[in-house]
Ligand binder design. Sequence first.
Ligand SMILES: NC(=O)c1ccc[n+]([C@@H]2O[C@H](COP(=O)([O-])OP(=O)(O)OC[C@H]3O[C@@H](n4cnc5c(N)ncnc54)[C@H](O)[C@@H]3O)[C@@H](O)[C@H]2O)c1
Length: 357
Amino acid sequence: MKTYKLGVVGLGEGRSIMSAAISSKRWELEMVCDINPSMCEQRAEEFGFNRWTTDYGTLLGNPDIDVIAIYTPDQLHLTHITQALEAGKHVICTKPLLTSLEGSNELLETVRKSGKRVFVGQSSRFFEPMIRQRADFEKGRHGDVQTVEAHYIADSRWFLDKPWSRQRGFSWMYNFMIHAVDLVRWYLPGVTEVTGFGNVSETSRSYGLDTWDSMRFLVRDDQGRIGQISGSYTLPALGSDVEPGIGCVIRGTKGSSRAEYSNLRYHTHFAGEGKVTQSFEEMHDYYFRFEGKSHHAGEYQNYIEYFAECLDTGAVPLPDVEEAVRTLALMAAMERSMKEGGKPVSVDAIVRENALA
Ligand SMILES: NC(=O)c1ccc[n+]([C@@H]2O[C@H](COP(=O)([O-])OP(=O)(O)OC[C@H]3O[C@@H](n4cnc5c(N)ncnc54)[C@H](O)[C@@H]3O)[C@@H](O)[C@H]2O)c1
């Protein structure tokens, strides 16, 4: 079994993939990078790992590294992915791939030319209850799916302390709500139309941010199935016992299911089985390795093992850049609908206007 060597850039949330690589039989952590030397020192001490640099060029120039994992601020992903591909590396990039559709055609072209794999770390797909829900969906246990409802609702005012959250390119939709958008698109990949509304609260405005922080959408796919996507980020939340931060509900002719983030529960009601709640609480320490529940080492562990298998077999790791760009196109349609007071917007129109391949 081949072992892949990993380089990591951005050591805030990059901490979680350091933990995942160190715990994996398939990966070897080769070198890490952060522009901030005290962050490098902090991680070196935490993991007893001393091969660090503050220069991304040094990381890219390391000939032993097979894959670069990118956890820098959202606005830097395009540059960092492009540079990694040009240096001949495969890439794992955290969500969001980009902060808008701008640059997506160029990126698709760079990926094609490079012949390398780019995997987008949509971590919610790799959380235990969501993995179980997907397996039930693939077995057809929901019957004919009629609706998919996903939300990401959390009091995320703490996030506004990060300087890059107040810089051009940050939005609650692309940084946070993308988890819920991706879950709906995972089940309804053929979404054609969207309508929705958004607010900007005084909280966002007081930080100088003019970005929607509460949003509600309905989407419809080419077969008439309905999706619902919700997000609120600056309002007091009810707490995960009452309302899990992220949830995905699938309702079909033979059954319904609800996967919940953070409290590790999965509820099902399938034909002939009655109502069942499964708890994966015993996996708490696998998923949540640091303080609190705001890090994602378990999900990253699951996705780097998956990515290694894809590299072994030549399979395309999903979501790849093409799929992530389709999600960005859906979000561009969502933004337009909000701007136009809830008017239904066609996703195909966005694809055509941006000449997306
Ligand atoms: N569920 C998830 O998958 C998940 C969760 C949290 C964050 N993220 C993503 O991870 C990324 C980082 O978020 P975060 O919360 O860790 O932010 P952060 O600000 O805590 O960390 C970003 C780090 O990148 C470093 N950095 C900035 N510019 C750099 C450069 N040019 N070269 C090298 N290092 C540089 C900073 O010094 C900082 O340590 C974001 O894209 C975010 O969306 C994903």
